[in-house]
Design a protein around this ligand. Structure first.
Ligand SMILES: [Zn+2]
Length: 140
């Protein structure tokens, strides 16, 4: 089977992926100002690196934006198309979470449950499941 492409696999993200595999979704948060740091940003712009810690995100959030993928250049992802990806703002820190959205259509503003899902190749990813019952994707 073709391996699923994964983003940044530096040692910093190893912890992120280990927690995802355990079903725990984390975000780096500055302890001084409680602001979530975007993935890939290891320092707070106001407080530097010293107080940044990983925290578990809220299990719910709101879709900021989403897009439907009809075709993908990577063979495995093309096999899974069509699917929806997007950005969700989680409720605890307001962190932006990039994830697969398990809905058949775009739904900006929609409320979602944010959780992990193990795909058929054994890779665990973050998914957002609409809370209003609009998901028509069969649960796994
Ligand atoms: Zn800060």
């Amino acid at each position: 089977m073709v391996a699923r492409p994964r983003p940044n696999e530096s040692s910093h993200y190893e912890v992120f992926w280990q927690k995802i595999a355990q079903g725990v979704i984390t975000v780096d948060v500055c302890s001084s100002c409680n602001c979530p740091l975007p993935y890939g940003t290891l320092i707070c712009k106001d407080h530097g690196l010293k107080d940044v810690q990983a925290h578990e995100i809220a299990p719910t959030g709101q879709i900021v934006t989403s897009t439907r993928i009809e075709r993908h250049p990577h063979p495995l992802l093309d096999e899974e198309a069509p699917y929806t990806i997007g950005v969700v703002r989680e409720d605890r820190f307001g962190a932006l979470i990039y994830c697969r959205i398990e809905a058949e259509s775009d739904n900006p503003g929609g409320r979602v449950e944010i959780r992990t899902k193990v795909y058929r190749d054994g890779v665990t990813l973050i998914v957002a499941v609409p809370l209003d019952g609009s998901s028509t994707v069969a649960p796994s």
